[in-house]
Design a protein around this ligand. Structure first.
Ligand SMILES: NC(=O)c1ccc[n+]([C@@H]2O[C@H](COP(=O)([O-])OP(=O)(O)OC[C@H]3O[C@@H](n4cnc5c(N)ncnc54)[C@H](OP(=O)(O)O)[C@@H]3O)[C@@H](O)[C@H]2O)c1
Length: 327
């Protein structure tokens, strides 16, 4: 499998990575068996996927623990990305050490700040992360959900950033407007998350009310959806119109919508790796097809055109959760 480099770090990862948010099981994704996690991890590595994305915040650390268990014996062939929730400089080292223990490893390949936190001075957070790198606890420093001004501030500290992890899919293209070009200009890899918008781009929902509250809280949907916290009107009509047009293209290509959605993200220039939440080996098997399927120029162009009105309506804000945290 073709490998892609994460910025200047020298770390090379597969164009699709395994998103481990559900691992360990919890309120958001429901139960997740360890046997499925282990089977997916081994089958993914056998197929050439080497990147696994987790976070200390996923299921209170259980995602890291489940991944650590699954990678036992093969850890050194894997590239692990994990994230610190709050980059409090006085606690960064202890948090990193706790992640290392859960992951059953003595180094993290890419250690990312999960979300920007203005309450902690970025230069102090970056200085602590740099010490972890110098001491060999982590191989590279990354950020996640950092917008233009937040990324600029982080870069101004002089820290070498391997990646910025950002939401990217056919219904969430905001990063194309400003952030993706800024990352490209500074040779920062982009790890795209939610290529299926948490299952919505598989086409399994016919209306917004069918979508579980955890997945209808995004700015695409009305603010009166049970878990929404963005204060916006959403764009539900446009979302379902767009999904219908994507479905037609997938049918024309005789492939599942999920494959088309993942392959489209991977085809975009500037994207290093797409993280796909993969809960079992059936999903993995299907998602591996996305790596081999290359959409034609015509298909890419049609997808660009049909998703453009939604992009225009939702604008350049890449925070699809609350709309307030990425600047
Ligand atoms: N940095 C951040 O703030 C951030 C935010 C979100 C996500 N992430 C990372 O990105 C990863 C991916 O995002 P995500 O898991 O939230 O969303 P996603 O990848 O868009 O969707 C994953 C979900 O889609 C379903 N699915 C996967 N493959 C499928 C297939 N072939 N056919 C049908 N359904 C399929 C599965 O759910 P079901 O089996 O339940 O249907 C799976 O859990 C996460 O695991 C996490 O590592 C990072």
């Amino acid at each position: 499998m073709e490998m892609r480099r994460c910025g200047k770090s020298g770390i090379e990862i597969s164009p699709v990575g395994i998103g481990c948010w559900s691992y360990g099981g919890g309120d958001y994704w429901g139960p997740q068996s360890q046997s499925d996690v282990t089977t997916v991890a081994h089958a993914a590595m056998d197929a050439g996927i080497n990147f696994f994305d987790t976070a200390e915040g996923y299921n209170h650390g259980r995602s890291e623990s489940a991944l650590g268990l699954a990678l036992k014996g093969r850890r050194h062939k894997a590239v692990i990305g994990t994230k610190i929730s709050t980059p409090d400089p006085s606690r960064i080292r202890e948090r990193c050490e706790a992640s290392l223990e859960r992951l059953q490893t003595d180094y993290i390949d890419i250690y990312m700040v999960h979300w920007p936190h203005d309450e902690f001075p970025i230069d102090e957070s970056m200085a602590e992360l740099t010490k972890l790198k110098e001491d060999g606890l982590i191989r590279a420093i990354g950020v996640s959900n950092f917008g233009i001004s937040q990324l600029t501030a982080a870069l101004n500290t002089g820290t070498e950033l391997a990646v910025n992890q950002l939401c990217y899919n056919l219904l969430s293209r905001a990063i194309e407007i400003e952030l993706l070009p800024l990352c490209q200009k500074n040779n920062i890899g982009i790890l795209g998350y939610m290529p299926l918008l948490q299952g919505i781009l598989t086409g399994k929902y016919k209306s917004a009310s069918e979508i579980p509250p955890t997945h209808s809280r995004f700015r695409h949907f009305r603010d009166d959806r049970p878990m929404a916290n963005h204060g916006e009107k959403g764009a539900e009509e446009e979302v379902f119109k767009t999904l219908e047009s994507i479905r037609e293209i997938a049918e024309g290509e005789q492939i599942p919508m999920s494959r088309l959605a993942i392959a489209w993200t991977m085809a975009r220039s500037g994207i290093t790796c797409m993280l796909v939440g993969t809960r079992n080996v059936d999903e993995l098997t299907e998602n591996l097809h996305a790596i081999k399927y290359t959409p034609s120029k015509d298909v890419l162009k049609r997808l660009d055109i049909l998703t453009a009105p939604l992009l225009e309506k939702m604008g350049a804000n890449p925070d699809y959760f609350t709309g307030k945290r990425i600047r």
